[in-house]
Design a protein around this ligand. Structure first.
Ligand code: PLP
Ligand code: LYS
Length: 445
């Protein structure tokens, strides 16, 4: 039986509402849907579909808004873009140009952040399962800090650092047991989640870390979840607990120079009303202000989610007994979020005329052989003839970065738009690339 579609208690926003809330997008009566000053149809003509397109102005604007909110709250803070949200070199490079560092969770992301021009001194290495090889690489590069998630990991990092004649700057990630009130699959700050160490264990472990020969503990870290849209109460509770912990650690004579406040600030995909950067900064100041600690932030989605669209072409419309299916050339292997979290993404037609045409409910699906390859159910859409274009909104975070080549579908191209210009920032993968690296043993075939 098909999984039930998520039920919303409000009608879907219409095309005009979706457009009104996305300043990088506009409708030109001739050229159709535009990202900044570039018609999306031009990008599709130049680079084919499916294709991701990112607005440079949106990335700059949102990075600037976050910086200003922290500065205006009087916080001594640095922002480390969570590259898992979008590790594209051009995106990370642009954000590095705005003064952002990086939060990485694998050697691959570390490698990419360095290649994108982020200085090692601006890179934090998070993650619950860093290998010894990853620790070694982080120490060789002399990154800002590694965030430690367990007593076991602290012991291994100390051992690795000693073997290299080094001391590893590290922070202890605590799990504050706070409910971020987000989707169960992306909450991280409850004791049932695998992340961090329970806050009650932190004083003892921090003291032990201070005594380990290979470690230089510099602070504490927290990250309570992603796509947080229910105000800042969960953040505020977590930061209060962190503030108490800082005081307790210092009273015991331990240095605490930095508090990494994590990421997680949500965006409006449908009609969510997430807290503002100012409210987040206020929660940080309430919990940690006046402690003379350097604040770090690890936002991903909030910065790059609204900057991106996924552009796809209709392959065919299919009418079955009681359902209308719009089958696209994009699939769950490009945008996984609907299949994985029942996530809702706005879908706009690209042709100007389609904005005013009559609509009827359609299921928007991809060509992959999985029933979960469904982007939307009963979405009000105009007739979409083969080859007409549609744009998935807010696809700049956890879009391309979660893509796969399932069904031997090459990774899509990526483009960055800046005003009236645009540039290819990742070539579409070709079929030869899919086969590269594979070998036939002489005993098959
Ligand atoms: C440790 C850590 N920091 C930062 C982030 C970025 O989260 P978001 O993209 O929701 O801001 C994540 C992902 O949830 C994370 O696990
Ligand atoms: N990938 C998820 C969020 C997980 C965040 C990573 N810690 C999403 O698309 O919403």
């Amino acid at each position: 039986m098909a999984a039930p579609a998520p039920v919303f208690d409000t009608p879907d926003p219409g095309f005009a509402d979706l457009l009104a809330q996305r300043p990088a997008l506009s409708l030109d009566p001739m050229a159709g849907l535009m990202l900044e000053e570039v018609p999306l149809a031009r990008i599709a003509a130049a680079h084919g579909t499916p294709v991701w397109a990112y607005s440079a102005a949106t990335l700059r604007r949102r990075a600037g808004m976050l910086k200003a909110a922290l500065f205006n709250a009087g916080l001594d803070a640095s922002i480390h873009f969570a590259t898992k949200a979008n590790p594209s070199l051009a995106v990370v490079n642009l954000l590095a140009g705005e003064g952002l560092g990086a939060d990485v969770v694998s050697e691959g992301e570390l490698h990419a952040a360095l290649a994108a021009g982020v200085p090692a001194s601006g890179i934090v290495f998070s993650g619950v399962g860093k290998t010894r090889g990853e620790m070694r690489r982080a120490l060789e590069e002399d990154i800002l800090q590694l965030n430690i998630e367990s007593a076991e990991e602290a012991a291994i990092l100390s051992e690795v650092a000693v073997s290299m004649g080094r001391r590893a700057r590290c922070a202890l990630r605590v799990n504050p047991d706070v409910d971020a009130r987000t989707h169960a699959k992306i909450t991280t700050g409850l004791t049932e989640n695998k992340f961090g160490v329970p806050i009650a264990m932190a004083p003892d472990l921090y003291a032990r870390m201070c005594a380990m020969p290979g470690l230089e503990p510099v602070g504490i870290a927290v990250h309570i979840g992603s796509q947080i849209t229910q105000g800042v109460a969960s953040y505020a509770a977590a930061y209060q607990r962190l503030g108490d912990l800082v005081r307790e650690l210092r009273a015991a004579g331990h240095p605490v120079l930095r508090v990494d406040c994590g990421g997680g600030l949500g965006i409006s995909y449908r009609d969510e009303t997430p807290a503002s950067p100012e409210a987040l900064a206020g929660a940080i100041r309430a919990g940690l202000g006046g402690l003379d600690v350097r604040i770090m932030l690890e936002p991903g989605r909030w910065i790059c989610g609204p900057a991106g669209v996924l552009l796809a072409a209709v392959v065919i419309e299919k009418q079955s007994s009681d359902r209308r299916f719009v089958i696209l050339d994009a699939a769950m292997n490009e945008l996984l979020r609907p299949a994985m979290y029942d996530a809702w993404h706005g879908i706009l037609p690209v042709a100007a005329a389609a904005f005013h045409a009559p609509v009827s409910p359609a299921d928007v699906v991809g060509p992959v052989c999985e029933s979960s390859d469904t982007f939307a159910r009963d979405r009000a859409l105009p007739a979409l003839p083969p080859e007409s274009l549609v744009a998935f909104l807010d696809a700049g975070a956890y879009g391309a970065s979660m893509s796969s080549t399932y069904n031997a579908r090459p990774l899509a191209a990526e483009v960055m738009v800046d005003g009236a210009r645009f540039a290819l920032i990742r070539e579409r993968q070709d079929h030869a690339a899919l086969l590269r690296g594979q070998r036939l043993p002489d005993w098959t075939g």
